[in-house]
Design a protein around this ligand. Structure first.
Ligand SMILES: CC(=O)SCCNC(=O)CCNC(=O)[C@H](O)C(C)(C)COP(=O)(O)OP(=O)(O)OC[C@H]1O[C@@H](n2cnc3c(N)ncnc32)[C@H](O)[C@@H]1OP(=O)(O)O
Ligand SMILES: O=C([O-])CC(=O)C(=O)O
Ligand SMILES: [Mg+2]
Length: 291
């Protein structure tokens, strides 16, 4: 499993940000050719992003490029970017599985032989995209995650964006469920007030509660708070270790169900504990082979 707790946007026309993106420890970096770049700067940004992919050391961060939608500059973007070996493309305004099919076809036609296949992340940010989320998630084997974009989504709905997010609640739930049903990750919309830490933490906690595995990020100052929310806590890890010990003991005694502190421990609870320990190991929060 790839970690995508944070996916930091860097405007593709900003050489300073593109240069420094690797130092912040984001799980993924999104070099943006779409909405962070004005139409008259698209060509220059494409060249800049291609050069950054070839020359800048982004350390362990996954390299993702947000291309433009199919009805604007997606073809030019794919032709220029795919040969520079990004790990993934974030495809905006995906409305139907055919959109993903078309992007996958263009990517396959551009990839060089021997190149690591470029993954796709579908950004759902229109009512139709939400309505077709599950089909989109299953449209091609390159698709590794669904991401949710609340700004465009609420703009097309004509709904007012609020801090509590009541207006995006159902869309978020659909994105999470569709991604899970297809066996891929779901990534939440960015929190756009970069000076409101409390609001960011509350919004990220809600996203995690709903089942999202990460959050789009627009400013380096948001990274640590988002990681802290998605990381398993020490309390989670201790709980998970006790669950695994309890179920092993029950199994050794010939039973599939254990009890811990008076509560039943069965397969879904064990699966949750295993996920916590897997993530904790991946993040180096517990010693390898402890259990
Ligand atoms: C709805 C959508 O489509 S969202 C996706 C498109 N939007 C974006 O890509 C926006 C990306 N983010 C940004 O441009 C900025 O963070 C803003 C405009 C939100 C806030 O800007 P500022 O208030 O200047 O940020 P801040 O004061 O925290 O910047 C501190 C440092 O971090 C750098 N920085 C800020 N954001 C980023 C970023 N996303 N990536 C890399 N570096 C960044 C700044 O360049 C600055 O560097 P410096 O100290 O060397 O000058
Ligand atoms: O991906 C994002 O940053 C979010 C986005 O485009 C949107 O909300 O419309
Ligand atoms: Mg958008």
């Amino acid at each position: 499993m790839d970690l995508r707790r944070t996916m930091l946007f860097m405007p593709g026309n900003n050489p300073g940000m593109l240069q420094n993106g690797g130092v912040f420890g984001a799980d993924a970096l999104i070099l943006d050719l779409e909405d962070a770049v004005a139409p008259q700067e698209k060509d220059a940004a494409r060249l800049l992003v291609a050069q950054a992919l070839r020359t800048v050391d982004y350390s362990t961060s996954e390299k993702v490029v947000r291309i433009n939608p199919l009805d604007t500059f997606a073809r030019e973007d794919i032709e220029a970017i795919v040969p520079c070996c990004p790990d993934a493309l974030l495809v905006p305004k995906v409305e139907c599985p055919e959109n993903i099919g078309e992007v996958a076809r263009l990517v396959a036609a551009t990839e060089r032989s021997g190149q690591e296949p470029v993954k796709l992340i579908a950004l759902l940010e229109t009512p139709r995209g939400i309505a077709e989320a599950y089909q989109i998630a299953r449209a091609d084997k390159r698709v590794v995650a669904l991401a949710f974009g609340a700004e465009d989504y609420t703009a097309s709905l004509g709904a007012k964006r609020t801090k509590e997010g009541t207006e995006i609640y159902s869309a978020r739930a659909i994105v999470v469920n569709s991604a899970a049903a297809a066996g891929i990750q779901s990534i939440d919309t960015p929190f756009t007030d970069v000076n409101d830490r409390e609001g960011l933490i509350a919004d990220t906690q809600l996203a995690k509660q709903l089942g999202f595995k990460g959050k789009l990020t627009i400013n380096p100052r948001q990274i640590e708070d988002i990681h802290n929310v998605f990381n398993p806590t020490q309390h989670d890890i201790v709980w998970a270790e006790r669950i695994i010990k309890a179920i092993r003991k029950a199994e050794a005694e010939g039973s599939g169900v254990a009890s811990l502190d008076g509560k039943m421990v069965d397969a879904p609870i064990v699966a949750r504990a295993e996920r916590i320990l897997y993530l904790a190991r991946l993040l180096g929060l517990v010693e390898e082979g402890l259990l």
